[in-house]
Write a protein that binds this ligand. Structure first.
Ligand code: HAM
Length: 423
């Protein structure tokens, strides 16, 4: 009998998570930092929809795993075939084709993507990416700019153990010719390949180079090298990318087997790995050129280059390196009111309007109970309102972190004193 394994209903679906504080604050801080870094190079934000007509994502390649196996596609109630985005490059290029912004169009994005993958640590079915896409120039220096932005961003987070793998797939002609050479070579060695790779070989010989299976390692190591199959033009482009990276002091390793999982790439491809993570999920970002994609979506032929970084994996790398830690606290001041709560209502509003982070106790509980909540809140200071103090126009201020005790201050001076103490 077929056993259907039901996911528990009131739990986030497999491969998804709720991101609660402090992780949510850290994720937000990462995105803010990314916006700052790419903003220094004039990239502006784009927010594409989370689903598109299925055809938009079919441009990623019929033979890719993402399209064949992992797409969340369905028919909507109006009978349209749509899919949740598995990545954002296709959407951004579709937006370019639709709106035709003047090139160079340099844009960045942040948001969730959906792939029906085998869920495990660092691999989710809904995962966040931050990324950039630059459409217009063919200049190899733009490839270097894009790579440098990712590199500077990792540096800004404090990551030190990031490796950059670089390759060129050549122009569309080079790529097609190389695929045939590779197909011939792999077919000649089919006896030495694993079952999985034989299946991949039928659909897409390039992807066989991606295999991490031990059984394929020998054949892959001796496979024809794509860099020997580049046209002069593609070679010159690749040389210029490498020279630019050298000028910028960005270290990289040329990896001729780096083919990437999406079919739109030509010329430069690259991937960032974290040496601090397990090899199975150590790819923390990747990208490359996709010069043919805009024309395929009905725009005038416009080259493009970009990258996307996995937010979740980048944060795992930060954990592993002990950098870019979580936020320190949620609030600065906690108001305890034993006179019924009216003063807490007034004071919290006043202090919040002055920009302080303030919370209070609820349900008119005892002083002792309110102080317990104040202690747990993580606030630095408690403002305590009692009947006697209230009559005298005063409040008590208590240091919740140190042991400097309690002082009485005039309500009129409260804001100044709080600001001074919180500096
Ligand atoms: P990608 O290599 O498919 O490229 O994804 C980029 C990054 O997203 C990966 O390096 C990884 O960190 C993260 N990622 C991918 N899948 C998952 C997953 N299931 N769970 C967690 N993280 C994941 C792209 O998406 C291209 N759009 C990149 C690009 C932009 N190329 C040109 N422009």
């Amino acid at each position: 009998m077929l056993a259907v394994v039901a996911d528990p209903i009131y739990r986030a679906p497999k491969g998804t998570r709720d991101i609660l504080w402090p992780d949510s604050a850290r994720r937000r801080a990462l995105i803010d930092r990314f916006a700052e870094v790419v903003g220094t190079a004039g990239y502006t934000e784009v927010v594409p929809p989370m689903f598109e007509h299925l055809e938009v994502f079919q441009r990623l390649g019929d033979a890719t795993e993402v399209v064949r196996k992992e797409m969340y596609d369905f028919e909507d109630k109006g009978g349209r075939r749509v899919a949740l985005r598995p990545e954002q490059t296709a959407s951004v290029v579709r937006a370019f084709a639709q709106h035709r912004p003047t090139p160079p169009w340099k844009t960045w994005y942040a948001g969730p993507n959906f792939r029906y993958e085998r869920a495990q640590k660092g691999r989710f079915r809904q995962f966040d990416q931050v990324g950039v896409e630059a459409l217009g120039p063919e200049d190899a220096h733009l490839d270097a700019e894009v790579i440098a932005l990712a590199w500077r961003f990792y540096q800004a987070l404090g990551l030190r153990q990031v490796g950059l793998q670089l390759n060129s797939l050549g122009g569309p002609g080079d790529r097609a010719r190389y695929i045939e050479t590779l197909r011939d070579y792999l077919t000649a060695h089919r006896e030495e390949l694993t079952e999985e790779s034989l299946a991949t070989l039928e659909a897409n010989p390039l992807r066989v180079l991606d295999s991490k299976r031990d059984g394929d390692a020998e054949v892959i190591a001796a496979a024809p090298n794509i860099l020997d199959h580049l046209s002069d033009e593609a070679s010159a482009h690749f040389d210029r990318v490498r020279e630019a990276l050298d000028t910028l002091d960005i270290t990289y390793t040329v990896v001729p087997s780096l083919v990437r999982g999406l079919d739109y790439y030509v010329r430069t491809t690259f991937e960032f790995t974290s040496e601090a993570l397990d090899a199975a999920q150590d790819a923390i970002g990747g990208g490359g050129r996709y010069d043919g994609l805009a024309a395929e979506m009905g725009a005038p032929a416009t080259p493009g280059v970009g990258f996307a970084l996995g937010v979740d994996r980048t944060l795992l790398a930060c954990d592993a390196e002990g950098v870019f830690g979580g936020p320190t606290g949620v609030i600065d001041v906690f108001v305890v009111d034993t006179t019924g709560g009216h003063e807490a209502l007034r004071l919290t509003d006043l202090l919040r309007r002055s920009g302080l982070r303030v919370d209070r106790a609820w349900d008119d509980r005892s002083m002792k109970a309110q102080m317990k909540v104040a202690d747990r809140s993580g606030a630095t200071l408690a403002v305590i309102v009692g009947t006697e103090e209230l009559d005298a126009g005063e409040v008590a201020l208590r240091d919740l972190r140190g042991d400097t005790g309690q002082e009485t201050i005039a309500v009129g001076n409260l804001l100044d004193v709080l600001r001074e103490r919180l500096r």
